[in-house]
Design a protein. Structure first.
Lengths: 144, 169
């Protein structure tokens, strides 16, 4: 009897874990945003000496995808509920527009690009996210 | 090992065990990339001006995937910084491109999450990096084969303002 309960618990945990693993991912991108969001030292085509820039602000945002599973007991019936929450695919682009005021001479230089994920409470909560941190830099000598 | 250390480790282990937490994180870097990498549509031409859409020609796709490993939720990252520079330089050069735009980074949990429910084992996440490799087409009037017009380095020398002049502004 005891063994069968342990087996059931193990099976339940595996199901929860498996469902967490089928989670969709979170994607960091800036679709439709026309100004550079640069990763790495090369700031223009052809490379060469970096352009002169002045830091005018900072950028920090993240996109996430989260799944939470729980059971609702209504007395006459029990429901297994799965809630999914995800960021808008345009979240980063929108934040970038706000951060740079959409000026054509302001770039974002990414200083930290961190993809991550975790499961908690034995797979009943799972989350993936990508955080983007950077500096907003005004490029000198460029027409606005 | 001192008693208090044993107790602290046991308490931390029990806490992780009870919450069944695990996870992983990493940091994508490209410190040695020779080409501009943009997470947006935007990239600057050799003269520093934004490259207009009509001059961007997609010549390939950039792809790079890896597994990030960590331990104790995300407290310890075994992967740490993950440098994509080498792949960037190789793939852009192979495609004959000038830059990468629309770079996206996708984070997913991996199958191993199933086996680390106790939280004490290392855990991983799958990371996919994708982007468009583009070539800067010559400005209107010039042909793609026109070496002088299409060479970014040549354009840089002619059009880019000297650093001193930029600093003076």
């Amino acid at each position: 009897m005891k063994t069968s309960k342990i087996s059931l618990l193990a099976a339940a945990l595996l199901v929860a874990g498996a469902s967490a693993c089928t989670l969709k991912g979170s994607i960091a991108s800036f679709p439709g945003y026309e100004k550079p969001v640069l990763l790495g030292p090369t700031d223009r085509i052809g490379g060469g000496k970096p352009m002169m820039c002045e830091k005018v602000g900072e950028f920090e945002e993240e996109v996430e995808f989260e799944v939470v599973q729980y059971t609702e007991d209504h007395g006459y019936a029990k429901y297994s509920v799965t809630e999914e929450t995800s960021s808008s695919p345009f979240k980063l682009a929108s934040a970038a527009r706000t951060s740079t005021e959409a000026k054509s001479d302001v770039d974002i230089r990414v200083t930290d690009l961190m993809p991550a994920g975790y499961v908690a409470f034995f797979g009943t909560k799972a989350k993936t996210y990508v955080s983007v941190e950077g500096d907003t830099m005004r490029v000198k000598g460029i027409e606005r | 090992m001192k008693t208090w250390m044993k107790n602290a480790f046991a308490t931390a282990s029990l806490a992780v065990l009870l919450t069944g937490c695990s996870g992983a994180r990493s940091h994508v870097i490209a410190d040695e990339a020779r080409y501009p990498i943009s997470l947006s549509d935007g990239v600057r031409d050799a003269d520093g001006k934004l490259l207009p859409d009509e001059r961007k020609q997609v010549v390939g796709s950039f792809t790079h995937s890896y597994k990030a490993w960590g331990w104790l939720w995300r407290v310890f990252s075994f992967t740490g910084d993950h440098d994509i520079s080498e792949d960037v330089n190789e793939q852009v050069a192979a495609a004959g491109g000038d830059a990468i735009v629309n770079l996206s980074v996708k984070s997913e949990l991996c199958l191993w999450n199933m086996f680390t429910l106790v939280g004490l084992l290392p855990d991983c996440s799958n990371v996919s990096v994708r982007g468009h490799i583009i070539k800067a087409m010559p400005a209107s009037g010039a042909q793609p084969g026109d070496v002088e017009a299409s060479a970014p380095s040549a354009a840089l020398e002619q059009a880019a303002p000297p650093a001193e002049a930029l600093a003076a502004n």
